[in-house]
Ligand binder design. Structure first.
Ligand SMILES: O=C(O)CCC(=O)C(=O)O
Ligand SMILES: [Fe+2]
Length: 234
């Protein structure tokens, strides 16, 4: 398994497999400090460039079909089991790494549709301000659009202000913006982190992968949420 992940993740830069424990501790210390302060941490060049190119080609050839997705989401059960992204999600060292960053045991979601998804945003698509259904979310950025498609978020604890749609003008100054850079991993505090994707512009879609982790094992989405996010209950 580690050999497979080695060609996907830059394990020299991010030695989740403990090939350099000193380096791993440095990475964890820095990323954990960012996460605890803001509810978000960003790991650039987490994926190897060749793997990103391959994943992008796979998604753009298979993922754009309407049958594959609901709105801009490809559900977990439509992603091939042979996908390197599924292998990465199931890889224990990733789960252990996320647990260390967030400061408690984090478990993979047990949801057949929502545990891991691929998001494809095309010209004009936008994902409005929201909180995720998971306690912790790992996002991997695979394809950047020509323009727009940035991840915007409100650092904790400001994210707790006012639930509901939109974002009042008086809170705009709190917004932080992360341009989409393929290969980057973003970990955020899922259901506590208020975030959105700004409108995508241009012919190249934006592609990202969403991996859900929870503080309790075996968590699933309810039927109402499944219908809302995936257009079906099973
Ligand atoms: O793709 C991203 O960077 C964020 C997408 C998102 O917020 C989500 O899928 O819930
Ligand atoms: Fe989200």
């Amino acid at each position: 398994m580690t050999r497979e992940v080695d060609s996907t993740v830059d394990l020299d830069r991010y030695p989740l497999d403990r090939r350099s424990v000193t380096r791993l501790h440095e990475v964890i210390e820095r990323a954990q400090a960012d996460f605890l302060v803001s509810g978000v941490t960003v790991l650039p060049e987490f994926l190897r460039p060749a793997a990103v190119t391959e994943m992008a080609a796979d998604v753009l050839s298979d993922g754009l079909g309407d049958a594959m997705r609901f709105e801009y989401t490809v559900a977990c059960d439509r992603i091939p089991d042979s996908s390197p992204l599924k292998a990465l999600y199931r890889w224990e060292p990733l789960r252990e790494f996320v647990s260390q960053l967030v400061g408690e045991q984090a478990y993979r979601s047990a949801d057949e549709l929502g545990a891991m998804t691929v998001q494809i945003h095309e010209n004009g698509d936008v994902q409005d301000w929201h909180y995720d259904m998971s306690d912790y979310t790992v996002m991997l950025h695979i394809v950047a659009p020509q323009r727009g498609g940035a991840l915007e978020y409100i650092p904790l604890p400001g994210a707790f202000i006012e639930r509901g749609g939109g974002l009042p003008m008086r809170h705009r100054h709190m917004v932080k913006m992360l341009p989409t850079v393929p290969g980057t991993l973003v970990l955020h505090a899922g259901r506590r982190s208020r975030h959105r994707v700004t409108p995508v512009q241009g012919e190249i879609p934006r592609v990202s992968v969403h991996m859900a982790f929870n503080a309790r094992p075996g968590q699933r989405l309810n039927a109402h949420v499944r219908r809302h996010l995936f257009g079906r209950e099973d």
